[in-house]
Ligand binder design. Structure first.
Ligand code: FE2
Ligand code: FE2
Length: 189
């Protein structure tokens, strides 16, 4: 049987990036689409992996972050009337497919080497949050400042702060996981 393989790049493919548009409402729709994808698909899947790998606390952290991604969508929805549930953007569709593609390999690999999958998922979660906190959403905020849409700019700033917090939580979780692994290695000196 072929050995299942999964790389950080394959997991990172499950990240969908929101797209800025000329129109403020279209930007908001892309944002809501991505945040709801993270809430309903990406982080629940990461939580499932953590649970299967025997890390229930980490699973709780992924679920907590998932809940906050929904909140980000709620904050922005309040500013636009009848925005409803936006249709999936191209990148979200691509990410959903990528996630389905690696699912079987992930399940097999978690059985063989749970720590490796969890470590990669955490590294990807850090990358995702970092891109949103330092790159994608500051750009959204600055666009809205230029448009003099201060209410939206304020929401994007709150989101930037929240994504930074997520990044730091995942960084701490990865440090803890690394420390645990080092403890598990017997010392020969
Ligand atoms: Fe978010
Ligand atoms: Fe986040």
């Amino acid at each position: 049987m072929q050995k299942p393989e999964i790389t950080e790049e394959m997991i990172l493919d499950c990240f969908a990036a929101a797209t800025p548009c000329e129109d403020s409402r279209e930007t908001a729709e892309s944002f809501i689409d991505v945040e709801m994808y993270e809430n309903q698909v990406m982080y629940p899947e990461f939580a499932r992996w953590a649970e299967k790998a025997g890390y229930p606390e980490l699973a709780s952290l992924f679920r907590k972050v998932a809940g906050e991604e929904k909140l980000h969508a709620v904050w922005l929805r309040e500013l636009y009337e009848n925005i409803g549930t936006p249709v999936h953007g191209e990148d979200t569709e691509r990410a959903i497919t990528a996630l389905k593609t690696i699912q079987a390999n992930c399940d097999a690999l978690i059985k063989m080497n749970p720590d490796a999958v969890i470590e990669k998922a955490l590294k990807v979660a850090i990358m995702v949050e970092q891109r949103e906190a330092l790159d994608i959403y500051p750009e959204f905020r600055d666009r809205e400042l230029k448009n003099e849409n201060h209410a939206a700019a304020e929401v994007y700033q709150r989101v930037v702060d929240s994504e930074s917090e997520h990044m730091n939580w995942f960084k701490s979780a990865l440090s803890e996981l690394t420390a645990l692994k080092m403890q598990a290695v017997p010392a020969y000196n």
